[in-house]
Design a protein around this ligand. Structure first.
Ligand code: ATR
Length: 274
């Protein structure tokens, strides 16, 4: 049986659940994989990726801080990588020397979110204007929400983010000034790193209600809530952290490498927590 040589690169990498997730996928789909975590420093990234694939590697997941650099190392890129300038998945085949870069983050989010809330015709507010927000906007736009609203503590970062999507028709429906938005906000997605150290707080009041669904791209490894969700429960009982997105983006990478889409019904307790 073919054994796929796979891995995840980042710095740090100890916290990554990807090896456990992919080993569960392999068990479930009856494939043999060797999936290793690799801590790679930025200055060694180019040579590491080149050596990994030249020595027969099949695929790599990419996590912080290497997503942008990996999109540049690749010899071919998917349309979404071209748009967002970042990649979380690299693939090479033994026959070709091509290193293909893909980003499964946005579609991983959508697969999870659409099981939990209705995206089409919703007003979706994204908090944050960094790389995480950038990586999810094209996939959200593909679902044809009513409006995508952006808010960020530093207002000056919002417009440049919208300008990246100038060629997309969705640009018309991205709203950068939510001050006068009076319609209901159906979904709020936290794409900030606010709350990484301490409680989450937003810098201004938002027009939220009991019906709003809150989704955090961050996740905890146990049943505790993320700081964003601890803030969100003052408004609503409808919320989720990003564990499902983690599983779904991994599944889409696995499918890219092996051609088989694994099942994504995995609970936190299925993974061994340290
Ligand atoms: P990432 O790639 O994870 O998106 P990033 O590019 O550093 O990381 O962006 C971090 C995001 O979190 C930004 O939108 C940042 O807001 P600013 O642009 O105002 O810095 C947001 N963020 C981080 N800490 C925050 C806080 N305490 N309150 C509100 N927003 C915060």
């Amino acid at each position: 049986m073919t054994e796929y040589r796979l891995g995840v690169i980042g710095d740090p990498i100890d916290h990554s659940l990807s090896p456990q997730i992919h080993n569960l996928f392999a068990e479930q789909t009856n494939l043999k994989i060797d999936y290793q975590p690799y801590r790679v420093l930025s200055e060694n990234l180019n040579s590491f990726v080149k050596d990994f694939f030249e020595s027969g590697g099949d695929g790599l997941n990419v996590t912080l801080p290497h997503k942008i650099q990996c999109s540049q190392i690749a010899t071919s890129t998917s349309p979404i990588v071209d748009l967002i300038g970042a990649a979380n998945t690299l693939k090479s085949t033994k026959k070709s020397k091509d290193i293909f870069a893909e980003s499964t983050d946005g579609n991983g989010l959508i697969q999870d979110l659409q099981e939990k809330s209705k995206i089409g015709s919703a007003n979706i507010l994204i908090l944050g204007a960094g790389g995480s927000a950038l990586s999810i906007i094209p996939s959200i736009a593909d679902c044809l929400p009513k409006n995508i609203l952006l808010d960020n503590r530093s207002q000056e970062k919002i417009q440049p983010l919208i300008e990246r999507f100038n060629n997309l028709t969705i640009n018309n429906s991205i709203i950068d000034n939510i001050d006068h938005f009076e319609d209901d906000i159906d979904i709020v997605i936290n794409a900030t790193s606010a709350g990484f150290s301490g409680a989450f707080n937003w810098y201004r009041d938002l027009n939220l209600s009991k019906k709003t669904f809150f989704y955090d791209l961050s996740y905890t490894k146990d049943n505790s809530k993320t700081p964003f969700l601890n803030w969100a429960i003052q408004y609503s009982d409808n919320y989720s952290d990003g564990f499902g997105m983690l599983i779904n983006q991994a599944a889409l990478s696995y499918e890219l490498w092996t051609g088989i889409m694994p099942g994504t019904t995995i609970n936190k307790s299925d993974l061994i927590n340290d």
